[in-house]
Design a protein. Sequence first.
Length: 212
Amino acid sequence: MPDLVVGFNLDMTLIDTAPGFRDVLHALGAELSVEFPVEEMTRRLGPPLDLLLEPYLPAAEIPAAGERFRALYPHHAITGVPVLPGAHEAIAAVRRRGGRVVVVTGKFAPNAQLHLDHTGLDVDVLEGWVWGVGKAAVLRREAASVYVGDHVHDVEGALAAGVTSVSVLTGGCTADELRAAGTHVVLESLAEFPAWLDGHLDGREAAGVSAP
């Protein structure tokens, strides 16, 4: 493995999944005769789907509703979901430094792969269905030294893995919330990531620290 491995969250970090998520919720609600508060549910994407559905469905119905959501997802939420500004450039910045890119997401992995295929995001490893501190095991396994996300639970995963937490403000969490969660770096968007990464790595090299 190269010395540099950078992990990225997917939803609202690399791609703007809110439009697709809304469309799937509308389709699911129509099938279940439930009027989901779609705008509220998509305002702070990050937690697992089961937790998002929990306030609106009986507990016994949530597993089946989640399965149906995932089945509807490819038909409603792929082609209309764009990459966020700077996503391709952020990955390219890792490549320029000889690094590997690992996507660690709470999303169902087959649907996450559809997004990667559609957007052309060039990654080495995709790990799905992991959330919060559960992301730490993947980051440690892949020898990541940086994890980039948009949610306080992404920060939790990075800190649990002992890696540098970089947070972007393209999701639903504020800079104050992310800093309170313990993130090391807050960027407006991934457009700022290449310059940050160069400074981070050059600073470590100047200090005589060999590993990222």
